[in-house]
Ligand binder design. Structure first.
Ligand SMILES: [Zn+2]
Ligand SMILES: [Zn+2]
Ligand SMILES: [Zn+2]
Length: 736
């Protein structure tokens, strides 16, 4: 018998980039290396996680495999480098202290929902953290909202003022413990404390009061979701007419009483990001009618912090949980700020003394094409990087005007800020400027240039113009498709379909129904919606009937239909003398548009669904919702994007009393057919769908299915929203 040749000794150095800190990676590496009889060390560096292992070559190889396969599930590895280096003859495996220098390219981790183990401890009367609202471990807890600087170590977080008690310290120092280097580690002895009690807050809710709760990414406003009067009061005080409110449910079981939830949706609800998931409501529940009466969905989340778990355990009923602000303003994060700014909204406060560094809203997702379609990217996702195929110049992108996010490019990583919101108020603009400072400081980033939208009136554009940095202007709809192509690593030429509400076109008109043949850096606009005029410009974004009036005017002439109401005339066409007619006849105060979003508004109005948008995209959402479970391939004609025949048919159907679901389906299908028409002409295999219109799930899925059945490869958004919340990514990758 021959003995097996002994494997030679090797030393391997591995560097992992991505979200690899604060997730228990070092103890995992320590346990793995020790178990496999390997020596060396592991270290958090500001460039990532660095491991050196030394031992038998086959063991070293196996270690590399297991490092990938068994790594902590909260970690996100965006890139790895490994190289064999000189053997050092080390005799043990160690965890060495973080190094604080070199480039700051390591991802900051998002806030993670409470893990199963921490949840069990929370409700275990024998545990020393029983009912402690700030318990966490390396697998869960706050991250992004408490980190002041990187590397992510306790002195760089808002936990620095809480000195670990001996018991917490020994957990923190023990590589075998779940709380080894858990930076926010805390207990009732040494950690943050509540100001107020959970019982009192629950009582206040039950009595119909509005409770301001200091959560993870800022204050939330809560009311009992079963009490319509309480919801009315919240709407009035917050100045939020109809926009749906999100709910926090005590548990998945309770959520199931109110909504249809598929297994994939359960996964989203229970994920570490714990976002608001848009679900199909069940009829006949005790939910207040005015929680989300204008939406086909219910936005539902599960408790994601120990404080939420404790409160929901006490309540056991659904509560409205909305951001702690007046509409259009940033969320309050500091205690004194909350008691001042929310004074005229909240009846009761539940606060604590763990500071929040930056505001981070709850994220919103909806299952689309079988995966999470992110509609608002904030807590749980921000500030994870999006890794792109090419190395980018160090630029800052300032995003759009609505649903603003900003982004920076660091090598191949694009770091997007959390959702900042619409930039209509002074407060929102200040928050926008703060977010830019914050992101740059966190990554020690010095932009060489700033990228902004072409629109001169966007607050973000104006900020960029005053920044003193070299300015790069990027067309809105090109940025949309570039973002989607970048996050999907689309290689080679593609057809970019950019359908949107509004956006500044290269010709000074309002675009939003564009097809681009994209090859390398070249965007050729190969098709678009037949332009029509928006009377009153921006007013038409809110008042969708104006788009309807304009299209009727074009199709039937000024005599045909009442352009003031935009409604189809029954019987004899009636002419109203109006400002709108005046504008259209004299071609004044009108702006040309190719926006598919505005076409949705017009059709929603003509079908009798909605005359205006009380919140962005409402009419389109209601129109989509009409389709329900109806499945048909019937479609209106929309030849070459000419809406003339379509408007005639919609009017005729509406007058003939054709069911609205069928009108809506025929309209949506017409859009798919137009996509197919252009796609088959363009001769490009890859299709990229982006822009606010593709928040429409029916359209996205219907068009994607039709395209795929004809052999096209379809790319839709996964990591950033299709709306303007994702546009900063496109701006970054288009910078040159
Ligand atoms: Zn935990
Ligand atoms: Zn302690
Ligand atoms: Zn847009």
């Amino acid at each position: 018998m021959t003995t097996l040749a002994k494997s030679p000794i090797q030393r391997l150095r591995i560097t992992l980039h991505g979200a690899v800190q604060g997730v228990g990676f070092r103890p995992f590496v320590y346990r793995l290396a020790t178990e496999m009889d390997l020596t060396g060390w592991v270290m958090n560096s500001s460039a990532g996680l660095v491991v050196e292992v030394e031992g038998a070559a086959d063991q070293v190889r196996l270690f590399e495999e297991r490092l990938e396969r068994d790594r902590p599930k909260a970690s996100v590895v965006s890139a790895r480098e490994s190289a064999l280096i000189a053997v050092e003859g080390s005799t043990a495996f160690r965890i060495v202290a973080s190094d604080a220098d070199s480039g700051k390219s390591v991802n900051v981790l998002p806030d993670l929902a409470t893990c199963v183990e921490c949840r069990e401890e929370l409700f275990d009367p024998a545990n020393r953290r029983f009912k402690y609202p700030f318990t966490n471990c390396t697998n869960c807890g706050p991250r992004y909202t408490i980190v002041v600087d990187i590397p992510y170590d306790r002195p760089n977080t808002t936990m620095r003022d809480f000195v670990l008690c001996p018991e917490c310290y020994s957990e923190y120092k023990n590589p075998a413990n779940r709380r080894f280097h858990a930076q926010p580690n805390a207990c009732p002895v040494c950690g943050p404390k509540l100001d107020g009690t959970i019982e009192d807050a629950a009582e206040a809710l039950l009595e119909g009061n509005i409770v301001a709760l200091k959560g993870i990414g800022g204050f939330q406003l809560l009311v009992d979701a079963r009490q319509p009067d309480a919801v009315v009061r919240l709407r009035q005080r917050k100045h939020r007419e109809e926009k749906p409110f999100a709910l926090m449910m005590p548990s998945l079981e309770v959520a199931r009483q109110y909504c249809e939830i598929s297994p994939a949706e359960v996964e989203l609800l229970e994920s570490q990001a714990a976002p608001i998931v848009l679900l199909q409501p069940k009829p006949g529940t005790d939910l207040a009618w005015n929680v989300a009466h204008c939406s086909p969905y219910l936005g539902v989340m599960l408790p994601y912090s120990p404080l939420h778990h404790l409160l929901m355990q006490e309540c056991r009923f659904p509560i409205v949980a909305t951001s702690g602000n007046h509409s259009d303003e940033p969320i309050a994060i500091a205690n004194d700020e909350a008691t001042t700014r929310l004074r005229d909204i909240a009846d009761h406060y539940l606060m604590h003394n763990r500071p929040i560094v930056r505001a981070c809203d709850d994220s919103v997702v909806r299952l689309t094409r079988g995966h999470a379609g992110i509609l608002r990217r904030a807590r749980g996702y921000a500030p994870l990087g999006v890794r792109v195929a090419k190395t980018l110049p160090p630029v800052l992108a300032v995003g759009g005007h609505l649903k603003n996010t900003v982004a920076i490019a660091v090598g191949q990583d694009v770091f997007l800020s959390q959702h900042i919101g619409d930039l209509d108020t002074v407060e929102a603009r200040a928050a926008f400027a703060r977010a830019i400072d914050d992101l740059c400081r966190l990554y020690a980033f010095k932009p060489e240039a700033v990228v902004c939208d072409l629109h001169p009136d966007y607050a973000s554009t104006q900020w960029a113009e005053k920044s003193g940095l070299p300015l790069i202007r990027v067309q809105h709809h090109q940025a949309h498709v570039a973002a989607c192509a970048a996050e999907n690593n689309v290689d080679g030429a593609y057809l970019g379909i950019s359908w949107d509400g509004t956006g500044y076109g290269l010709d000074g008109t309002i675009w939003g129904g564009e097809f681009f043949h994209v090859e390398a850096d070249n965007f050729e606009r190969i098709a678009h919606l037949r332009p029509f005029r928006l009377p009153g410009g921006d007013a038409a974004v809110r008042e969708g009937w104006r788009s309807a009036a304009s299209l009727i005017f074009e199709v039937f002439g000024p005599q045909a239909v009442n352009p003031e109401t935009g409604e189809p005339a029954s019987g004899k066409p009636r002419l109203a003398d109006s400002n709108i007619r005046y504008m259209l006849e004299r071609d004044i105060n009108v702006v040309a548009t190719t926006s598919v979003g505005r076409l949705f508004d017009a059709v929603a109005c003509l079908a009798g669904i909605a005359r205006e948008n009380r919140f962005e995209g409402q009419a389109a959402m209601l129109l989509e919702n009409e389709i329900g479970h109806l499945r048909t391939e019937e479609a209106y004609a929309l030849p070459g994007g000419d809406w003339g025949p379509l408007i005639l048919s919609v009017m005729a159907d509406a007058q003939a009393g054709v069911a609205v679901p069928l009108i809506s389906a025929r309209f949506h299908n017409a859009l798919t057919n137009w996509i197919l028409e252009v796609a088959s002409r363009a001769g490009l295999k890859q299709i990229v769908l982006s822009g606010g219109v593709f928040q429409n799930r029916y359209l996205t899925e219907h068009a994607a299915t039709a395209l795929e059945s004809r052999g096209f490869v379809v790319h839709t958004h996964q990591q950033v929203p299709p709306n303007d919340g994702g546009i900063a990514l496109g701006q970054v990758v288009m910078a040159r």
